[in-house]
Design a protein around this ligand. Structure first.
Ligand SMILES: [Ca+2]
Ligand SMILES: [Ca+2]
Length: 187
């Protein structure tokens, strides 16, 4: 972990622990999130199918990774990804697909009434959802465009120099870390 910026470790650890309490994402974790979104938003038909298809794709994407690895090893894997520019486009596509899954009414924007279900699927404090929504809404029109959403996702993963980032894409950042145990202290 030496040499990896602390803010970036905190962000990626937050992502990993948001997926699963042990910090190791498994394909089934994505389907649990999809199911929560569908139930929370009471989705039917095309909107529900889109959520399932896209989250299944996320799960398939990590299926080849060894689930016996520790979360700290996963962080090192992510650090290698970050430094591989050929994978930038893959991540843009990932966040674009995430956007489509959350744009339940397919109007080209994520409204807050849609976004709140993503927040609930991760068991995050609903009162903090508006803060992140407004952070992503960089043109202040009250909706999240695909570009705004992708930009926020890319910033979260690829920006490791902003030690005071306000980006909380996967919820409040894990505050303190040890490399040996699951520290869930957050602010
Ligand atoms: Ca929408
Ligand atoms: Ca906007």
């Amino acid at each position: 972990m030496e040499g990896i910026p602390r803010i970036w470790i905190r962000k990626i650890s937050t992502l990993l622990f948001a997926c699963h309490p042990d910090g190791i994402c498994k394909p089934e974790d994505f389907m649990i999130k999809a199911d929560r979104i569908i139930k929370s938003a009471n989705l039917r038909g095309h909107a529900a199918d889109t959520v399932v298809d896209i989250f299944r794709g996320f799960g398939d994407g990590i299926e080849n990774l060894s689930i016996s690895r520790t979360w700290s090893t996963r962080i090192l894997d992510c650090w290698r990804i970050l430094r591989n520019p050929t994978l930038i486009d893959c991540h843009k596509e990932l966040f674009a697909n995430m956007f489509k899954a959350l744009d339940f009414n397919s109007d080209g924007f994520i409204q807050f009434s849609e976004y709140i279900h993503w927040w609930k699927a991760f068991d995050l404090d609903p009162s903090l959802a508006r803060i992140q929504f407004d952070y992503m809404d960089t043109d202040y029109d009250g909706e999240i465009s695909e570009k705004e959403f992708v930009d926020a996702g890319m910033d979260y993963f690829f920006n490791f120099t902003d030690g005071n980032t306000k980006n909380r894409f996967y919820g409040p950042l894990i505050f303190e870390l040890t490399f040996m145990c699951n520290v869930r202290s957050r602010y």
